[in-house]
Design a protein around this ligand. Structure first.
Ligand code: BG6
Length: 497
């Protein structure tokens, strides 16, 4: 992370959804870790807004419990004391218009007390149904207004719309109140260390810069596999499915960083322009193309780490005949000069056999001469490990010292888990810190979101238009058989590294 500037970071961060899961698991631990790393400004307050009728002390106790459970750093008294003094709780029903005026009075007073200069960050960590209601409340009460030279930002969680139409409607309603530069659309994958490392890897290492195209790369695979199920999010997931939940955002954002051209500078617009071009260059999906290039799955019961788990259709708040996909595998083509002919295979799913996100770049084989006549060899692979292990692995061919002539594939490895490199910051730490600094590079710009919807919508419609043969994979497996055939038909395979 950058050095602390403290200059313009003084602010009140108002979290709508203060008693929700995201705040407990991610936002509060991230704020604590920012205190730990001395990155929060001196003049700072956090106002958690929730519907529950609890007092400040009860709220603070619940935050402490959450930190104990979810913080990556241990909870030290001095840091906790610092965070605790920043935290306030404000009870409000999101659709109670009058209460926003009361909230304004409360925040204005707090602003004076804490010397936060009128700067405000409103974080919508709530179900999407409330996004527009809350923004209207901010608008009508004057909470969204900038006073003098102060800043006023809106941070909005995904899902950003349900489809292109609703995303546009949502965006327009936000633009009635905020300007694009003050809207921070979260895609927390962009905050992950290795996702940020993709550009550094590509644009500072001549070995990779030189080889990064269809000339040397056979295919690229992106896997975001989760062993967890949908938990208590049945209602949300029945509306979303893996396409909306993961592909339209995390997968496409990751893919655009892997495939983009070098930006003209490191400014946020220069980077976002290049990412946007990649999404636009992805070959459009027609129903005919989709027939051969997409595989949907839904998990059946099975075993995760040896423990039995139920099928998706048996989960709480899920239709027992649900046609929703919990797995997607997709083959994509980027029709530009750099990538024409090099397929991108992506897959993501719930209740898979591993909990792992990674990118595998498979390089092309050399001509079939010399050593290739004697033995078959593995291709060079670059594995970018996003989580749970964080680092890179490069597989290359070398002599097997045990035998006379054999050639084996060996990994060279960097890992950020080694004690010298410490534990890596969580995505939300980076994102909150960047937002406070006014740097939106790691947030999605509207045109990126829009292009991603334009691309994803035909796939969603295609899935909805067909009765799926679900469930079609067992929990604990790596998805439906067809996902393996997708690559096998091209003479390739998924690399499980
Ligand atoms: C969220 C999805 O955006 O990302 C979840 O809504 C998913 O369904 C999660 O589990 C994965 O994030 P991470 O950081 O755990 O890989």
């Amino acid at each position: 992370m950058d050095q602390k500037t403290n200059k313009n970071l003084s602010s009140i961060m108002v979290i709508f959804g203060g008693t929700g899961d995201l705040t407990r698991r991610k936002l509060m631990p991230a704020l604590y870790n920012l205190v730990y790393d001395d990155l929060l400004p001196e003049h700072f307050a956090i106002v958690s807004v929730g519907r529950r009728d609890i007092d400040r002390k009860e709220y603070i106790d619940s935050v402490y419990k959450a930190l104990k459970e979810f913080s990556r750093n241990e909870i030290l008294d001095e840091h906790w004391a610092r965070l605790k003094e920043c935290i306030y709780y404000y009870q409000l029903e999101f659709n109670d218009k009058d209460r926003y005026k009361d909230l304004k009075v409360f925040l204005d007073e707090l602003d004076k007390e804490k010397h936060t200069g009128g700067n405000r960050a409103y974080y919508l960590a709530v179900a999407p149904d409330y996004f527009q209601t809350i923004v209207k409340g901010l608008d009508s009460s004057g909470l969204s207004k900038k006073e003098g030279s102060s800043w006023n930002r809106l941070i909005i969680e995904k899902p950003f719309g349900k489809d292109l139409k609703t995303a546009r409607e949502l965006n327009n309603s936000l633009l009635d109140v905020y300007t694009e530069e003050d809207i921070y659309r979260i895609d927390h994958y962009l905050g992950k260390e290795m996702i940020q490392n993709i550009m550094i890897l590509r644009f500072t290492n001549p070995v990779f810069t030189a080889l990064w195209s269809n000339k040397y790369i056979d295919n690229i695979q992106i896997t975001i596999a989760e062993d967890k199920g949908i938990g208590t999010r049945g209602n949300y997931y029945e509306e979303s499915g893996a396409l909306r939940d993961m592909v339209q955002n995390h997968i496409l954002q990751t893919l655009s960083l892997v495939a983009m051209e070098a930006p003209v500078s490191l400014t946020m617009d220069a980077i976002r322009n290049e990412k946007q071009k990649v999404i636009q260059a992805i070959e459009k999906f027609t129903p005919e193309k989709l027939r051969d290039n997409v595989v949907f799955g839904q998990y059946d019961k099975g075993l995760i780490k040896g423990e039995p788990v139920i099928a998706y259709r048996e989960e709480e708040n899920v239709d027992p005949k649900s046609n929703i996909e919990t797995f997607v595998a997709l083959k994509m083509h980027i029709n530009n000069f750099r990538w024409y002919g090099t397929p991108f295979y992506v897959r993501t799913g719930k209740r898979l056999g591993v909990n792992q996100a990674e990118i595998v770049v498979q390089f092309k084989a050399l001509p079939n001469i010399l050593y290739f006549e004697q033995t078959s060899q593995e291709p060079n692979l670059l594995v970018i490990r996003i989580q749970p292990k964080v680092g890179m692995r490069m597989y290359f061919n070398t002599k097997d010292f045990q035998t006379h002539n054999d050639i084996i594939s060996m990994p060279m490895e960097t890992s950020y888990e080694s004690p010298t490199q410490g534990n890596t910051p969580e995505a939300y730490e980076r994102l909150i810190y960047d937002m406070l600094r006014g740097d939106a590079t790691l947030f999605s710009r509207w045109d990126e979101v829009e292009s991603a919807w334009i691309l994803a919508e035909p796939i969603i419609k295609y899935r909805e238009s067909k009765e799926q043969n679900f469930p079609n994979y067992h929990a604990g497996s790596m998805g439906p058989l067809k996902a393996f055939e997708l690559l096998a038909n091209d003479g390739r395979k998924w690399w499980n590294i």
